[in-house]
Design a protein. Structure first.
Lengths: 485, 225
């Protein structure tokens, strides 16, 4: 499991969920702010426009009423300067010279008559001449040398001269910029905070789901007694856990029923078999002549075959229902194969068969020793029974993809093509086979119970190939990968 | 040697009782747990055979109860169940043994002998085994017959040693597989017979009295007289 929990957090569902939720939230708030910003900007513009229009009218009034004498410039100039100090949205007055407002009076010919503002007003005059300014309607004016445009309102006096009042948009833009900055910082804070909250709550919730998934995957073929963890809360997740546990209860009870049936079937058949075998053995010890002993002996042998058939049938039946009970221990496959080959080699060479093992040394898996012994014995029995003389069997043991791979090759006639597709079903056997057709079904059953697989095929170069793959660790076989949350 | 047999099937109880008596045991039989408990309180037993499927209680509970009553004798568990219960494994590790039904009588007797031997104080382990003119040196792993050294493989030596230790008694194929190869399997081929056949070829030379006898349907016996 360690490799699964160590997955980067970016691959988890909680990460994805909180990422999308945060993205939606961030986009939404951004949109709301954009509207708000637009509204505020428009409002500021409207206010300054109103001020401009009002002021320019006042100034026009003053200019018209003031006699055009030597004092005219001073009077109008001072009124204009006073007006400039009442500028709306004014934030800073770091310099004594007021460069955010200008007042300009031009003659009917466009010549400058009066200038109140920073500098000599020449660039402003040029800019005004370049742009047609509609009377009394504030417009934007870009003046060379100034980074921000001016908002300019004008009025035509009766004497044909024009009065222009300009207000720099600098303060307005500064207000908006500061608004944007504050909003952005606040927005960032909220988004990060929101992401954190969503991420941690989702992760907490989904960690329950992950625990349920882990527990459910641990509940394997052999262990149905475990249950997934439940919480006190009555939410969807705890409902999921409860539903799973109910399901497991039902599965366990039907599995228990299956075990009861097979157990009682086994018991009901074995008890009479024991009694019969005992009686036969007793009568065998009583007779001395070989001719009389023969039928008793063959009856005992038949009985032993029947017992073996019974055991295998029940094992296969349980394994088909994923209900085979395992007692796992550490088991060295290499050693097991060597002992088995040692056991089978004399019978094989007696029949003219050769058997070879290619192994890279000890290979330990967790498996039920008794079942594996019987499985390998079955594989070897199959070869011994079905191979014609002078054939050879090669067994290769290796590790492939976290599984022990056991490949059994022979150079015999191969599988009957008619049964090739149904090799692992019960009671399927070749035409010439005298077994009860359980051998391969049993091998498949044992491999499946351990979370492994068996594949059988005919080799292209002739002969049969059986590949048995068994997971190295016990939990790998039937554990579905649980993603990190 | 007093033996308590706890088995509810009358047929099995009868044949076991007569076979065990014939094998030299003094057999008391009980058909249920209650009777077994009463018999244990009344008398001392050297060994017990307990069937797991009793009518009044579970065999394992009975064994645990008998242990509480102070029974120290080893128990051979008989089981007709499909797989061996974990609790039986636990008992097995504690010095008891189990046998699944149906079984060969020879195997039952062999397991009883093993249990008794395991529970008796350990004597000096023999380093030599001698059966008639067959002699095994367990340290040098060498076997001689009439002074002639036998060319045995290590596995054949282990097999012959097992036969010698059970000289005069029947050993079955599954006993040989269990004791010599360490596996409880039932091959439907003649693997054990071929091993015995080869061993016999080396032990019973031409002109010598054959020692390894085959009892068809039962097993093998190494003759000791």
């Amino acid at each position: 499991m360690s490799s699964k929990t160590a997955k980067p957090v970016m691959h988890s569902a909680a990460w994805r969920i909180s990422l999308w939720a945060t993205l939606a939230f961030a986009c939404g708030t951004m949109l709301v702010f954009a509207f708000l910003h637009r509204f505020v900007a428009d409002d500021i513009q409207r206010r300054s426009d109103a001020w401009l229009s009002g002021e320019v009218e006042v100034l026009g009034d003053v200019a018209e009423r003031t006699p055009k004498d030597a004092l005219y410039d001073r009077v109008v100039g001072e009124v204009a300067e006073l007006a400039g100090k009442e500028v709306p949205n004014k934030l800073l007055s770091e310099s004594s010279s007021n460069d955010s407002v200008f007042f300009l009076q031009t003659g009917g010919d466009g010549s400058r008559q009066l200038w109140v503002g920073a500098g000599d007003g020449e660039p402003t005059l040029k800019a005004i001449q370049a742009v047609k300014i509609v009377s009394n309607h504030p417009t934007d004016l870009h003046v060379q040398g100034f980074g921000v445009p001016f908002r300019v309102a004008s009025i035509r006096l009766d004497d044909g001269s024009y009065i222009y009042l300009g207000l720099s948009e600098r303060d307005e833009l500064r207000v908006l910029r500061s608004l944007r900055l504050r909003f952005f910082l606040l927005w960032l804070l909220i988004v990060l905070f929101g992401f954190g909250i969503v991420f941690f709550t989702t992760r907490r919730m989904l960690s329950h789901v992950r625990k349920i998934g882990e527990a459910a995957s641990r509940i394997g073929h052999s262990d149905l007694t475990a249950r997934v963890p439940t919480t006190q809360k009555h939410d969807e997740v705890s409902n999921l856990a409860l539903t799973l546990n109910h399901m497991l209860d039902r599965i366990e009870s039907s599995m228990h029923q299956l075990h009861t049936i097979t157990d009682s079937l086994a018991h009901d058949l074995r008890s009479p078999l024991t009694a019969i075998r005992g009686k036969l053995e007793m009568s065998l010890s009583a007779v001395m002549q070989v001719e009389q002993a023969e039928p008793i002996v063959s009856a005992i042998e038949e009985l032993d075959r029947l017992t073996d058939f019974l055991n295998k049938s029940l094992d296969v039946a349980e394994a088909k229902a994923d209900a085979l009970r395992l007692n796992r221990v550490a088991l060295d496959l290499d050693e097991l194969l060597r002992i088995m080959i040692d056991l089978y080699e004399p019978s094989m060479s007696e029949k003219g068969l050769q058997i070879r093992l290619q192994s890279g040394g000890p290979l330990t898996i967790e498996a039920d020793a008794a079942l594996l012994h019987r499985m390998v014995a079955n594989l070897f029995d199959n070869e011994l029974k079905h191979l014609p003389p002078a054939c050879s069997v090669t067994i290769r043991l290796s590790v492939e993809d976290d599984a022990a791979s056991l490949i059994l090759d022979d150079d015999g006639p191969g599988f009957d093509p008619e049964v090739c597709l149904h090799l692992f079903e019960r009671r399927v056997k070749g035409r010439d086979s005298n077994g009860h057709g359980l051998g391969l079904a049993f091998i498949d059953a044992v491999a499946r119970a351990h979370g492994g697989t068996v594949a059988a095929s005919n080799r292209e170069s002739g002969g049969a190939r059986i590949i048995v793959a068994l997971p190295l660790a016990s939990n790998q076989g039937y554990q579905s990968p649980v993603p990190a949350i | 040697m007093r033996l308590l047999l706890v088995e509810d099937e009358p047929d099995i109880q009868n044949f076991l009782k007569s076979s065990l008596t014939e094998a030299g045991y003094q057999v008391d039989a009980a058909a249920d747990g209650k009777t077994a408990e009463r018999l244990v309180i009344d008398g001392q037993f050297d060994i017990l055979i307990v069937d797991l499927g009793l009518p009044d209680q579970d065999g394992i509970s009975l064994i645990l109860k008998l242990r509480q009553l102070g029974v120290r004798a080893p128990v051979l568990i008989l089981s007709a169940r499909r797989s061996v219960d974990d609790r039986v494994r636990g008992l097995e590790q504690g010095g008891d043994d189990y046998l699944t039904k149906p079984f060969a009588l020879a195997e039952l007797l062999a397991r009883l002998r093993n249990l008794i031997k395991r529970n008796s104080p350990p004597g000096a382990e023999a380093i030599r085994l001698r059966v008639l003119d067959l002699e095994l040196d367990l340290l040098r792993r060498e076997a001689t017959r009439s002074g002639q050294l036998l060319q045995l493989t290590p596995q054949e030596f282990v097999l012959l040693e097992y036969l010698c230790r059970n000289a005069g008694r029947v050993v079955t194929r599954s006993m040989i597989l269990d004791q010599v190869w360490g596996m409880r399997i039932q091959p439907d081929t003649n693997v054990v017979d071929v091993h015995i056949y080869r061993l016999r070829g080396k032990v019973d030379g031409p002109g010598q009295q054959p020692m390894i006898r085959t009892l068809r349907g039962v097993g093998y016996v190494l003759k000791d007289r």
